[in-house]
Design a protein around this ligand. Structure first.
Ligand SMILES: [Zn+2]
Length: 316
């Protein structure tokens, strides 16, 4: 069974973060989308992170930068973990639609409009959400053209709904839980998940404690979000974007970043809880818990990876 993790949660600043990819590999993950940048940092950091990751993947046995589903399958057959990149927020484009193709050529296969706050492309989930801008609409056309997956995680409600009306291709919420189970602005409403499924997309369940529950990373609760989505949108449209970062090696820096920037992470939404995340080792537990709840094996395969793999086959 292919295990597909649609989003890693660390900020890529050094080789130390890349070395934590061993946690995914040890868990049998076949594909991981590695985040190379987000709106909080200058866009140049994204280019540096890409340089670092591409070099590391070229030089390190057991990992492979991939450009297609066929290459994911080939990596799996050779025992390698496949990797591509994602970007959270279009500040990384520095106002230029042409940068979409540049990033795609460097291995980026998925991009979010706005990370929590409004930007030149659209609205963020912790902002007043001004909706999709003309620039954002032009970026959608270009992403459809070059074959990059549109990701509406972290976006405002209106921006996500407008993006889903504009995109020719199916799109995803790569790491967004159900707001009906956990009322947090980073989680999404039922009609967003339903619309995403109607256009052929996938919603990815997130393993961060504050989005799963008040302070909860248990496998049972993560499968609770999976079950909720399965009932709401069906077995073809649910996946997992665990958002994991290694707590010992790189996690301490994130809490300082979070505490030091209450615009991107408003205190009302992040009230002093330690940020923790479900580990890649829980993929096996998620599959076991789904079996225990009598889900058919084909549903488990789709949720653990088959659905996001289908999106990649259609869009990349
Ligand atoms: Zn994120």
């Amino acid at each position: 069974m292919l295990i597909w993790d649609a989003h890693a949660g660390f900020e890529l600043k050094s080789v130390a973060e890349l070395e934590t990819l061993s946690a995914w590999k040890a868990a049998g993950v076949g594909f991981l989308s590695v985040n190379v940048g987000y709106d909080v940092v200058p866009w140049q950091n994204t280019v540096k992170a890409l340089s670092l990751a591409r070099d590391w993947l070229r030089e390190t046995d057991g990992y492979r930068l991939v450009e297609s589903v066929a290459e994911i399958d080939a990596a799996g057959a050779a025992g390698d973990m496949a990797v591509a990149f994602d970007i959270e927020g279009m500040n990384a484009l520095d106002g230029s639609v042409d940068m979409v193709r540049f990033y795609r050529d460097l291995g980026v296969r998925q991009m979010v409009f706005a990370y929590n706050l409004n930007n030149a492309a659209g609205g963020g989930c912790h902002d007043d959400d001004s909706g999709l801008t003309e620039f954002g609409r032009a970026v959608i056309v270009e992403m459809n053209e070059v074959g990059m997956v549109i990701d509406c995680s972290h976006c405002g409600y209106r921006t996500a709904m407008e993006a889903m009306e504009s995109s020719r291709d199916p799109m995803v919420f790569s790491h967004s839980n159900a707001r009906a189970l956990r009322d947090h602005e980073r989680n999404i409403r039922d009609d967003q998940a339903v619309r995403c499924a109607e256009i052929g997309g996938v919603v990815g369940v997130n393993g961060i404690n504050i989005f799963v529950g008040a302070d909860d990373t248990t496998t049972e609760s993560i499968v609770g979000h999976i079950d909720y989505y399965l009932n709401l949108v069906g077995a073809e449209h649910v996946g997992i974007g665990l958002d994991y970062f290694h707590p010992v090696d790189v996690g301490s820096g994130f809490e300082e970043t979070l505490a030091g920037n209450d615009r991107y992470w408003p205190k009302s939404q992040y009230p002093g809880v330690d940020v923790r995340c479900a580990a890649p080792s829980q993929f096996a537990e998620i599959a076991a818990e789904m079996r225990r709840r009598k889900h058919p094996e084909i549903t488990i395969e789709k949720v653990l990876g088959g659905n996001f793999r289908r999106i990649a086959g259609e869009v990349w």
